[in-house]
Design a protein around this ligand. Structure first.
Ligand code: AMP
Length: 114
């Protein structure tokens, strides 16, 4: 999508600090990190959110999740622990309408998630 921020990052039109990339997904550092490790994992294909995903996206979504786990490993936060968060819609404070996972780690987080 032409005017989608994360599509433009995936296309290399907007710079990002890349952590991992393959044909299907891109992982890059969040511009406003909320933890020592704060990496976003996105599908390169534009999917606006979980409800927009189709049956044909199942393998892509599984790969997205497995990439989040691989990023946690690369960042060295598997033993200490990490969170994978995906905000969906206004109440969850989703600000970029392109499906993404936040991988957060490197500090002890609060017990509340909402
Ligand atoms: P969300 O609020 O869940 O939709 O997450 C969007 C995330 O994108 C926020 O954590 C922002 O800090 C992050 N973000 C916005 N613009 C950029 C950018 N140009 N590069 C990296 N992260 C960004």
């Amino acid at each position: 999508m032409d005017n989608c921020l994360f599509c433009r990052i995936a296309a290399g039109e907007i710079p990002s600090t890349k952590v991992y990339e393959d044909e299907q997904v891109l992982a890059f550092r969040d511009i406003a990190p909320q933890a020592p490790t704060h990496v976003l994992v996105i599908p390169k294909k534009h999917v606006s959110g979980w409800y927009a995903a189709k049956d044909e996206d199942d393998a892509l979504l599984a790969h997205l999740m497995r990439t989040a786990a691989a990023v946690a490993k690369m960042e060295g936060v598997v033993e200490s622990g990490f969170r994978v968060v995906s905000n969906c819609g206004p109440d969850a404070q989703q600000t970029v309408p392109h499906l993404h996972l936040h991988v957060l780690g490197g500090k002890e987080m609060g017990g509340k998630m909402g």
